[in-house]
Design a binder for this molecule. Sequence first.
Ligand SMILES: Cc1cc2nc3c(=O)[nH]c(=O)nc-3n(C[C@H](O)[C@H](O)[C@H](O)COP(=O)(O)OP(=O)(O)OC[C@H]3O[C@@H](n4cnc5c(N)ncnc54)[C@H](O)[C@@H]3O)c2cc1C
Length: 399
Amino acid sequence: MIEFELTPEEEATIAAAHKEAEELLRPIARYYDEHEHESPKDFIEQQWAQQRSGGGGMLGLGVGAALRIEETCWGDAGLMLVAPGSGLGGAAILMTGTQEQQQRFLKRYSEGEPKWGGMAMTESGCGSDTSAIQTTAVLDGDEWVLNGEKIFITGGQRAMDESDGLVVVWATVDKTAGRAGMKSFVVEAGTPGARIEKVENKLGIRASDTATLILDNCRIPYENILGSPEVRKVDSGQTAGFKRAMATFDATRPIIAAMALGVGRAALDFIKEALEKEGIQIRYGAPRHKLTAIERDIMDMEAGYKAAHMLMLRAVWMMSQFQANSLEASMAKAKAGLVVTRITQKAVEMMGPLGYSRKYLLEKWMRDGKINDIFEGTGQINMLIVARRVLDYTRDQLK
Ligand SMILES: Cc1cc2nc3c(=O)[nH]c(=O)nc-3n(C[C@H](O)[C@H](O)[C@H](O)COP(=O)(O)OP(=O)(O)OC[C@H]3O[C@@H](n4cnc5c(N)ncnc54)[C@H](O)[C@@H]3O)c2cc1C
């Protein structure tokens, strides 16, 4: 039976995350939006101390962790991505690494100085089509030699240049094998041949760094490959290497949905409060034809939020039960990405020029929200996955 009920401890953690979002993140959100590439040092130290004492940490597999992330993003999504931790790299290691590798690579995130992690899949010719990876990994003696260029890595600079972190890099060990040749490798900070080339200037989530990583004859130990080095097909449409990449996305997409919902709810709460101040009440029980346009809009926004929230909870819960959740993860991600885009745009529209002005964070939430419809698979790509799973079609049949 699906069980979304939270323990009293989880409820207390989520309440604490909301308080923190309100008192710690909101006051500095505008500054770090306007000062892209500047690090919020106090916030990082505070988050790291909290994580080390076991009170925080952004990565988790349960409903409680997802709700905590939603609260943090209600405060500020860009800053949430700056909080130290293993990030998407950690998710990939948890989903594809052995227990020994999890221990070896993730231990650093509970000791010493703040550290970050990232995951590098995207290349200039490969993002939605992850199977088109050009970065290569060639075995030479007891080392893998990586060559290629990875772009748009969230937290890449902090992971590789500003801490003793790591990036999980997806590369092919055999281009002729297509998807079966795709493998993931852990590249640790300070590895010769791995360098951060540039950091993007972005529309939103500007506190978060998004970096390009160059791999130029980058040598890593043989043991840094996650999963089996063997290239083998497991069925006609899918392959082992590709399946592992998708398993990572099944874990991260519901979390992106939670992030989106945090931003969406920030805009929704704001606009409802503004209407209330103007004496505009939302008449929930009234017949639809008697409602004003504003009331209908607010109700549609709330309905979208709630539907996406349920999808997100279901996808996260299934993941926490180790159930296959590809369909649910893509549903949650596609819906939440769409909902946050609509809610934030509508809220800006309702406020008119004040919504467009930098006086309030509303315009920022509109910019921050959009990324959730782009990274970890765009809305269109997740809808294609949903269609394939619902219809039980292979990739080729859907084409
Ligand atoms: C701020 C930010 C952070 C990111 N962080 C990371 C990260 O940490 N790690 C990482 O690996 N990547 C990251 N990315 C990259 C991101 O995941 C990709 O940009 C995304 O998956 C889209 O891939 P693409 O860039 O190749 O776009 P394209 O595939 O070129 O897409 C362009 C448009 O075409 C549409 N499209 C493409 N194929 C189809 C199709 N078959 N059917 C219908 N429509 C289609 C897409 O939906 C989109 O609207 C990040 C990107 C940004 C902007």
